[in-house]
Design a protein around this ligand. Structure first.
Ligand SMILES: Nc1ncnc2c1ncn2[C@@H]1O[C@H](COP(=O)(O)OP(=O)(O)OP(=O)(O)O)[C@@H](O)[C@H]1O
Length: 676
C-alpha cells in the first residue's frame, strides 16, 4: 500500500442519485452509484509477436518458414497518464493507430497479450479485472446485437443476467424501461434491432442500445471505443449529447474518438491527444487551442481545431521529408507536454492490487474486512467492494441457462426464412431419395436396394447438417465471445442451453425428412417401424449436429471446422458397413466401425426395416446370391453383431463423446470470432 494520503474521488456538479437496494458490506441495505475518478499513471503497453504454439500455427495455416519468425516488440502505449473525473465527458483523440483502442482495452483489462506497466486507479484503489468489471461498462466500436430481438428484449435479456438475483421480475422490467427512457429509445422499444438482412433500427439507435446494455447495472465508469464511428453527423451529435447527459448524472465517461465536429467538440469536458502511443495534450477541451498556440501552433481561422491538431500529431508519410518533419513536431509536442505535466504531477496514494485482491477474496469468503478507518482510501475501497459484492449477487447457473435457452428459442423461432428453408431442404432431399428408391420390391435384385436406401437415409441428412451448423456456431461467436468477456453468463450455461435449444427444431426438420421417403419407398407401415425409423434418424442427425458443434468449438475458423468435420464424417462413412463389409475390415481397424455412429444407425435401421422381410429368391440361387430372409441379408452385410440395444449404446456413446469435447472446447478455447 502506498504511503501518503491524498483526496481523490472528487465529484462534479449536481447529480441525480441512482440506487440499488442490496444487502451490503457493513450491513447497509442501500448502495448508491459510487462516483469514481479514473486515474491512469505512467501506463505503458507493449506487444511482442510471439510465435504461437505448434497446434495454433497449424490451425492458422502458418507455413513452416513463418514458424521461425522471431517476435518483434511493438511499444503501443508509452507512459500515458491522465485523470478522468466523475461527472465529466472525457475524449481520447488521435489519428488511426495512435493507441486509443489499446488504451481503453488496457484500462478495462481486456488485453489478451502483451506487457502492461503503470497503474490504473479507481479513486484511490488499483483496479483489478474483477473490480473494473463490476463498476465499469465497456462499449465496443461495433455493435454486437442480435438482429431478431427487439430493443426491449435485448435489454431485458442482459438485465435478467446482470441485475442482482434479489430483484423481482417487475423491478428488472422497470430498470429496462428506465434505461430505454434514459436513452430516448421509447419509440423503438418494440422494434427489432435488425441488421443488413433484417429491417430494424438505425445505426444511431443501435449504438444507443449497445450503450444501454452497459447502463443497466448503473456503472460508475463507462468506456466507449469510437461511439460515433459510422454514424452521420446529426446522429453522432445526438449520441455525444446523450453521453454528456449521462456524465452529468455523476458517471465518468471516457471515449475514444477520431476527429469530432466542432459541435461535438464543444460538448467534451476534457480531452487527451495521443500520437503513436504518447500523450501530446491532456487537459480541459476548451484550453487545447490556447495550449497549442502557446507552443507556436495557433489554429488557423475557419479550421476545426480537432482536425488541425490531430493532423499535427499524426506522422505524415507522403514523402520522406514530410515524415521527418512531422516526427520532429510530434517529438517536440510530446516533450513540451511532458515538461508541463511533470510540473503539475500530483502524488497519489493508493491501495495496490495485491491488497485489493486480498480484500475481494475476503468479500468472497464473507470474512470481515480489516479496514484501517484512519486512511482516506478506506472509504473508496469499501465503496468499490460494495459494487463488487453487488455484482456477485448476479443470477446463478440455472437462471443463466434458462435465460439463454429462452433467447435461443425466441431468436430461432423468429427466423422464419431460416426455418422454412431448412424444412424445404429436408423435404427435397427426402423426395429425391424416395424417387430413387420408389416402391421397393422383394425380389433378388432388390436386396441391395434395401440396404442402399437404409444407408443413404442414414448418411444423407446427417451429412447435410454438418456444414450449416458449423457455420451457425461460428456466426454465434460474434456475440458469444464478447458476452463471455462481459461475464454475462458462464460458458457451461451457454453450452447446455445451446445443445438443448437445438432439439425442438431438430425434431421438426427430421420429421419432414422422414415422411416423404417413408411413404414413397413403401417402407413398413406399422406404428412400431415408423416410430423406430423416426427415432433412429433423429438420433443419427443429432449425433451429426454434435459432431458439427465439436468441430466449431475446437477450430478457429468455419472453413477449418468444416474440413475437420468432413474428414471425420468421411472416415465414418467408409467404415459404416455399406461400402466395405464389416467382416472384411482388418482387425486393427475394426475399432473404427465399433465407435462409428453411422454404422450403428445403419445397423439399427436395417434391423427395423429389413430383418423380418422375406425375399422372393429363385430356388436355383444359393443363399449368398439371394438371401431368402432379412436376417440372412443382415448377416451377409455383417450387421448381425448385436441388436438394437448395442446400436443405441453406440449412438449414445458418440453423442456423449462429441458433447464432452464440445464442452471442453467452449470452456477452454477462446471462441474468438473469425473477423476479430
Ligand atoms: N495485439 C496487438 N498486437 C500487435 N499490435 C497491436 C496489437 N494491438 C494493437 N496493436 C497495434 O497498436 C497500434 C495502436 O492500435 P489501436 O487499435 O489501439 O489504435 P487506434 O488509435 O484505436 O486506431 P483506430 O482509430 O484506427 O482504431 C496499431 O499500430 C496496432 O496495429
Amino acid at each position: 500500500m502506498a504511503t501518503s494520503d491524498s483526496s481523490v474521488g472528487s465529484s462534479a456538479g449536481p447529480r441525480e442519485e441512482e440506487t440499488f437496494i442490496v444487502g451490503g458490506l457493513g450491513g447497509s441495505s442501500t448502495t448508491s452509484k459510487v462516483p469514481i475518478d479514473l486515474h491512469v499513471q505512467d501506463l505503458s503497453y507493449s506487444v511482442t509477436d510471439k510465435p504461437g504454439r505448434w497446434w495454433q500455427r497449424i490451425t492458422h495455416f502458418q507455413m513452416p518458414w513463418e514458424w521461425m519468425e522471431q517476435g518483434r516488440t511493438n511499444q503501443i502505449l508509452k507512459n500515458v497518464s491522465f485523470k478522468a473525473k466523475s461527472g465529466e465527458l472525457m475524449a481520447i483523440m488521435g489519428g488511426s493507430g495512435s493507441g486509443k483502442t489499446s488504451l481503453l482495452d488496457v484500462i478495462a483489462c481486456r488485453t489478451t497479450t502483451g506487457d502492461v506497466t503503470g497503474h490504473v486507479l479507481l479513486n484511490s484503489v488499483s483496479r483489478t479485472k474483477a473490480l473494473i468489471e463490476s463498476c465499469a461498462g465497456y462499449v465496443r466500436q461495433d455493435d454486437r446485437l442480435i438482429a431478431h430481438l427487439t430493443v426491449r428484449e435485448t435489454l431485458l435479456f442482459v438485465a435478467q443476467l446482470k441485475l442482482p438475483k434479489s430483484f423481482s421480475s417487475r423491478r428488472v422490467s422497470e430498470r429496462v424501461d428506465e434505461v430505454i427512457a434514459e436513452l430516448g429509445l421509447k419509440h423503438v422499444a418494440q422494434t427489432k434491432v435488425g441488421d443488413a438482412n433484417v429491417r430494424g433500427l438505425s445505426g444511431g439507435e443501435r449504438r444507443r442500445v449497445s450503450i444501454g446494455i452497459h447502463l443497466l447495472i448503473l456503472p460508475s465508469v463507462i468506456l466507449l471505443d469510437e461511439p460515433t464511428s459510422g454514424l452521420d453527423s446529426f446522429t453522432a451529435t445526438n449520441i455525444i449529447r446523450t453521453l454528456s447527459h449521462l456524465a452529468r448524472k455523476g458517471r465518468t465517461i471516457v471515449m475514444s474518438i477520431h476527429q469530432p465536429r466542432f459541435d461535438i467538440f464543444s460538448m467534451i469536458d476534457s480531452l487527451m491527444i495521443l500520437s503513436s502511443g504518447r500523450v501530446v495534450y491532456d487537459g480541459p477541451a476548451n484550453q487545447m487551442v490556447d495550449y497549442f498556440a502557446s507552443l507556436g501552433f495557433p489554429c488557423p481561422e475557419h479550421t476545426n481545431p480537432c482536425d488541425f491538431y490531430i493532423d499535427l500529431a499524426t506522422v505524415d508519410p507522403t514523402n520522406r521529408e514530410r515524415e521527418e518533419t512531422s516526427r520532429q513536431i510530434i517529438h517536440n509536442l510530446h516533450e513540451a507536454f511532458k515538461a508541463s505535466s511533470s510540473a503539475q504531477a500530483e502524488v497519489v496514494s493508493f491501495v495496490d492490487s495485491d491488497e485489493v485482491q486480498r480484500s475481494m477474496d475476503m468479500v468472497r469468503c464473507r470474512s470481515p474486512l480489516p479496514f484501517d478507518s484512519g486512511k482516506s482510501y478506506t472509504k473508496d475501497l469499501r465503496n468499490l467492494l460494495k459494487t463488487y459484492e453487488l455484482q456477485r449477487e448476479a443470477p446463478g447457473f440455472f437462471t443463466q441457462f434458462l435465460v439463454i435457452l429462452i433467447r435461443f428459442l425466441r431468436v430461432s423461432s423468429d427466423d422464419y426464412h431460416g426455418i422454412l428453408s431448412k424444412v424445404v431442404h429436408a423435404i427435397l432431399m427426402s423426395l429425391l431419395l424416395g424417387t430413387i428408391y420408389v416402391d421397393l420390391k422383394l425380389d433378388e435384385q432388390s436386396v441391395r436396394d434395401w440396404f442402399g436406401i437404409m444407408f443413404m437415409v442414414t448418411v444423407m441428412y446427417p451429412y447435410m447438417v454438418i456444414l450449416g451448423l458449423a457455420k451457425q456456431c461460428h456466426e454465434e461467436r460474434r456475440f458469444l465471445y464478447f458476452e463471455l468477456q462481459d461475464k454475462l453468463y458462464s460458458p457451461v450455461a451457454y453450452y447446455f442451453a445451446r445443445v438443448l435449444g437445438e432439439i425442438p427444431f431438430h425434431l421438426v426438420y427430421v420429421f419432414f425428412y422422414c415422411i416423404p421417403i417413408y411413404t414413397i419407398a413403401g417402407l413398413k407401415m406399422d406404428m412400431y417401424s415408423m416410430t423406430m425409423f423416426f427415432i433412429i434418424i433423429s438420433a443419427s442427425v443429432f449425433t451429426s449436429r454434435c459432431l458439427a458443434m465439436m468441430a466449431a468449438a475446437l477450430m478457429p475458423t468455419f472453413q477449418i471446422a468444416g474440413v475437420f468435420a468432413q474428414i471425420i464424417f468421411s472416415l465414418l462413412l467408409m467404415s459404416a458397413g455399406f461400402f466395405l463389409n464389416l467382416d472384411s475390415i482388418i482387425p486393427e481397424l475394426s475399432w473404427m466401425s465399433d465407435i462409428n455412429y453411422i454404422r450403428w444407425s445403419f445397423q439399427a435401421l436395417s434391423i427395423v426395416e429389413i430383418e423380418d422381410l422375406k425375399f422372393d429368391c429363385n430356388a436355383s440361387l444359393v443363399p449368398t446370391a439371394c438371401p431368402a430372409t432379412g436376417s440372412q441379408a443382415l448377416a451377409q452385410y455383417g450387421l448381425d453383431q448385436g441388436g438394437l440395444g448395442i446400436a443405441a449404446a453406440g449412438l449414445g456413446g458418440s453423442v456423449v463423446f462429441f458433447l464432452t469435447i464440445t464442452l471442453i472446447g467452449i470452456r477452454f478455447i477462446p471462441q474468438k470470432p473469425q473477423d476479430d
